[in-house]
Design a protein around this ligand. Structure first.
Ligand code: HSE
Length: 347
């Protein structure tokens, strides 16, 4: 049976464009191998404008238009100017791809986008950490109540498949401790500083590569890693911990002197996120740590991330992979869309 899935993007920045590029590049393979033939019908971006074309937008032409003009609403479409909420509720989109900017304090406006979509019976796929970090349980319950799906693979470790591994690959295993390098920007900066680059130049490179958040304070002050450990901890330990409960320190006070001192001791400074359950309570913390080079996390360099899950039956299971990047994070959305497609096919 051919599955018709109409997609709408809320936000069309780096990650959204990454997904659009993948949909073009892999069109044939997605159709042949996964019976997946999506149509992008709408895009609503705060700065680049909004378009709705119910019979499908030509993604190549759209990306060309956006590259030439910086706008999506220069693309010829019968309807323009719908805001995100109207795009979610009034268009013929079945799946809302929420890729607007992350706000870990309020989750907004993404949290309202996601809630509105779920309440209106739309599927949601997102890489936005705000809603998942603030209200994971509530959103999962809402999705279940409405009979739709809420997928957020790309919120942690970009396209490296964390949540699908937890969902499908670790059935019956209990995770007791979560530990990892969850922020690509800070790991990239620390690696570059060890190689002699200044903090400022390394941060600029991370921004140019598309690793950093729109406001990189979120990365360097540890907020991004904090949001991610909260999502992981709440998913794996079934809690409702908030970002405010996490002990947090970023890397802004780390100097080249600190890095060299650690190096002379045979160690490396890494921003480590950790969570566990102690006395029935979830405890989580994000802090720079000096790790001996014998620790596998000490050897994770650049924008690469790593996550170790300490389990009851397997001991430690470690995943290493990209933690940021346009295509890498766009791929997380694609992976979620394929899972969604599979579920809908079966239903
Ligand atoms: N700014 C984030 C990072 C992007 O550097 O890891 C991926 O969540």
């Amino acid at each position: 049976m051919k599955m018709e899935l109409n997609l709408a993007f809320i936000g069309f920045g780096t990650v959204g464009k990454g997904l659009a590029e993948l949909l073009i590049k892999k069109e044939k393979e997605l159709k042949q191998k996964y019976n997946f033939e999506p149509k992008v019908v709408a895009i609503s971006d705060k700065i680049k404008g909004s378009i709705w074309k119910s019979d499908g937008i030509d993604l190549k032409e759209l990306l060309d238009t956006e590259a030439r003009t910086g706008k999506v609403d220069f693309y010829q479409a019968p309807s323009k100017g719908l805001d995100p909420l109207d795009t979610i509720t009034k268009t013929n989109a079945d799946v809302i791809i929420e890729v607007s900017y992350t706000n870990l304090q309020t989750g907004e406006p993404a949290l309202t986008h996601v809630k509105t979509a779920l309440t209106n019976g739309k599927q949601v796929v997102t890489t936005n950490k705000g809603p998942a970090a603030l209200s994971l349980r509530g959103l999962e319950e809402l999705a279940e109540k409405e009979g739709v799906n809420f997928f957020y693979e790309g919120t942690v470790l970009s396209g490296t498949p964390v949540f699908s591994l937890i969902r499908d690959g670790l059935r019956g295993a209990k995770v007791k401790v979560i530990e990892g390098i969850l922020n690509g920007t800070t790991n990239y900066i620390l690696t570059q500083m060890e190689e002699g680059k200044s903090y400022e130049d390394a941060l600029k490179d991370a921004q140019d590569e598309g690793y950093a958040e729109a406001d990189p304070t979120g990365d360097v002050e540890g907020w991004d890693a904090t949001g991610k450990i909260v999502i992981l901890a709440n998913k794996l330990f079934g809690g409702e911990m908030s970002v405010a409960n996490v002990e947090r320190k970023g890397i802004t006070s780390i100097t080249p002197g600190n890095i060299n001192l650690a190096k002379n001791k045979g160690k490396r400074i890494k921003l480590i996120a950790r969570a566990s359950v102690e006395g029935g309570k979830i405890r989580a913390k994000v802090t720079p740590e000096e790790l001996p080079l014998t620790n596998p996390l000490a050897n994770i360099n650049g924008a690469t991330n790593a996550l170790t899950l300490k389990t009851d039956v397997l001991g430690e299971v470690t995943m290493v992979g990209p933690g940021a990047g346009k295509i890498e994070t766009g791929y997380a959305l694609l992976n979620d869309l394929l899972e969604l497609n599979k579920r809908l096919e079966k239903s």
